[in-house]
Design a binder for this molecule. Structure first.
Ligand code: URA
Length: 249
């Protein structure tokens, strides 16, 4: 029994060391790594290392790390953590700001009115269903009364967004709205000036380089429909690049 436990512990340490060396966990708060429940480590060890690093297994490992998160005050009023939804092997990731009321209730991103608009944008212009892309948010818990997330809330969640992007390794990213754009690209420039131009997001903890295209948030477009034509043009540009880079349909 003791030998078996020692062997299991050695396997777990090797798996964690491998993940950290290759960038999958390096960005997560150290204390959380050290105190993660044994079940989470057992499930990490049970999965092959490649699966843990990318795709479904990688996303599961990041979700396990997030746990029943209380790293910022958004945990106090949330009903559900909204981790993300879609194909963990998708070639396109869609990055929003944070859950609204419906998302908080259902635990899934973009399921309210803005989500219906997003679904139409994806299907009508990109020719992709929401289950063919991966959809996530900068913050995983709903800010009270849908206010913008505070800098400390973004900072607390950002390691998990980066870990999700490392696990997904998508070809391209679509960034929705000013809050997500500023948080991801670490800039103060607004969305009106930045939309429609390709930017490069570089992961500080791995070799991942992700071309991203910012555009208006669908919730903004519901309020300002006259700007839909600008986002339509951005999405056509995204579609062309997606096809050029061999994005799957
Ligand atoms: N707005 C966002 O940015 N994300 C959601 O999940 C819903 C609305």
């Amino acid at each position: 029994m003791r030998d078996e436990l020692n062997a299991l512990a050695a396997d777990l340490l090797a798996a964690v060391g491998d993940l950290q060396a290759r960038g999958a966990l390096v960005d997560l708060p150290r204390a959380e790594v050290d105190t993660a429940p044994q079940a989470a480590w057992a499930s990490l060890a049970a999965t092959s290392r490649t699966e843990v690093l990318v795709g479904e297994g990688g996303m599961r490992a990041v979700r396990d790390e997030l746990g029943d998160c209380s790293r910022c005050d958004l945990c106090k009023a949330r009903k559900n953590i909204v981790f993300g939804v879609g194909d963990p092997s998708a070639d396109l990731v869609v990055i929003g700001e944070g859950p609204g009321e419906q998302e908080d209730l259902q635990g899934e991103p973009f399921v309210g009115p803005a989500g219906q608009m997003l679904d139409k944008m994806l299907e009508n212009v990109l020719g992709l269903r929401r289950d063919q892309v991966y959809i996530l948010n900068v913050v995983k818990c709903r800010p009270p009364r849908n206010r913008n997330p505070l800098p400390e809330e973004v900072d607390a969640c950002m390691p998990f967004l980066r870990a999700q992007l490392r696990a997904l390794r998508p070809k391209l990213g679509l960034v929705l709205g000013s809050v997500a754009y500023k948080a991801l690209l670490q800039t103060t420039q607004g969305i009106t000036r930045s939309r429609g131009r390709w930017h490069v997001w570089r992961d500080p903890h791995s070799d991942l380089v992700l071309p991203v295209l910012p555009t208006f948030h669908p919730a903004y477009l519901l309020r300002q429909p006259q700007d839909k034509r600008l986002t339509f043009a951005d999405l056509k540009d995204l579609r062309a690049r997606y096809d050029q880079e061999g994005g799957r349909r």
